[in-house]
Write a protein that binds this ligand. Structure first.
Ligand code: ZN
Length: 384
């Protein structure tokens, strides 16, 4: 018992130490990005890059709360030309040189929000109107219809709401008052829904989880993390500041689905449902997850089959005139990032600096591998 308490105290101390370190690292990063910004380096880099060749920046956010979106927008609208997604893509692909020669010399930038969280309506819309900034939101009709929490938030919600001290799950007992067993169960649930082979399999599994743990598919306490309703979608569109793109019908990672037909139907049905509700064509699409392995071998084929003009990934980068319109790059922004960090990230300066910092480590690793290889060669020579 005494040993247990000592172990727990040691664990808490190491967590606290880790938190202090990450806090210190966060502060250091803000100071560094502040130096980039106030020295004028960020402005210089943006001006230089735009001079070299036209480029289009697409930022990727999710929720509109949990950070200072207002401060992000105030910075971005000052230094970039923020446009609605379709307008920006049309002018960039059709007349990139002409847009370069336009009176407004700032780099064009698009603000995108994936998944359609309720706070996009409560906070995002209010800020878009107040600051006159257009936003594009990618919606998932299946979730709007059922109002359930998104599958990737299940583990977090279970951790928050589950009351049972012990649960028998798939033939194994988990003592939920023991942090290790609790974490193991949450990890198991997250892995099963993340890598589900079909949407049906995922939904069946979640139904069983909700029944076993006594948690409803949506709790009023977590409303900001739930999807918007169709009524809210209509209100946002009527404001003139929000436009919408499709994000599949139920948000599976297309690359993990086992049947090509389901990959195509998820993308096609998502577009059709959205068009029916909005009453006009939807020409932009964002791949769920957006990384190459999540897009999979058939993701692009499905986007083409569905008739989308443009499809957005989460592959980090900026778009140039020769970027594949169905594999557009985005810059992932964490809303909890300080606006100075976001500014350095958007300019590409932070990424460059971080890569530079990793160079000595990469060099040492190469040296070590070379030394190892030489050792094996020597050994081989001796044994011969
Ligand atoms: Zn998504």
């Amino acid at each position: 018992m005494h040993v247990d308490i000592k172990k727990k105290q040691a664990g808490i101390k190491s967590i606290e130490k880790g938190l202090e370190e990450s806090r210190a690292r966060r502060h250091l990063r803000i100071i560094l990005c502040g130096c980039f910004y106030y020295s004028g380096l960020i402005g210089l880099i943006c001006w230089w890059k735009q001079l070299l060749e036209p480029r289009l920046l697409i930022l990727n956010y999710h929720e509109a709360t949990g950070g200072d979106l207002r401060r992000h927008l105030l910075y971005l609208r000052k230094y970039y030309r923020i446009e609605p997604l379709v307008t920006a893509l049309e002018s960039f692909y059709k007349q990139p040189r002409q847009s370069k020669k336009s009176r407004d010399q700032r780099i064009p930038l698009v603000m995108t929000f994936d998944d359609g969280y309720y706070d996009n309506y409560t906070h995002g819309l209010a800020l878009a109107k107040e600051l006159c900034v257009p936003l594009t939101i990618f919606l998932i009709p299946g979730y709007i219809e059922n109002g359930h929490r998104f599958w990737w938030n299940e583990a977090k919600s279970i951790d928050r709401f589950v009351q049972l001290p012990m649960v028998a799950f798939e033939g194994h007992k988990y003592h939920l008052d023991q942090p290790v067993e609790r974490a193991a169960l949450l990890k198991l649930i997250d892995t099963r829904v993340r890598y589900a082979a079909t949407v049906g399999e995922r939904e069946q599994f979640l139904e069983m989880v909700h029944q076993t743990l006594g948690i409803p598919a949506a709790c009023p306490e977590e409303q900001v993390h739930l999807p918007v309703t169709w009524e809210e979608v209509q209100k946002m569109e009527a404001s003139g500041w929000i436009s919408f793109g499709a994000h599949t019908m139920h948000h599976p990672f297309l690359g993990y689905l086992t049947h090509v037909d389901e990959v195509v139907s998820e993308v096609v049905e998502g577009r059709e449902a959205l068009q029916q509700k909005l009453g006009h064509p939807v020409v932009t699409f964002a791949y769920p997850g957006g990384q190459p392995e999540q897009i999979g071998a058939y993701g692009q084929h499905a986007a083409r089959q569905a008739g989308f003009d443009w499809a957005l990934t989460t592959i980090q980068g900026v778009n140039r005139c020769d970027t594949d319109p169905l594999m557009l790059r985005r810059i992932e922004v964490n809303l909890s990032d300080h606006w100075l960090v976001m500014a350095a990230k958007t300019s590409g300066l932070l990424g460059f600096f971080l890569r530079l910092r990793q160079l000595p480590r990469a060099f040492l690793k190469t040296l070590k591998e070379k030394k190892k290889a030489d050792h094996y060669v020597d050994f081989g020579t001796c044994s011969d």
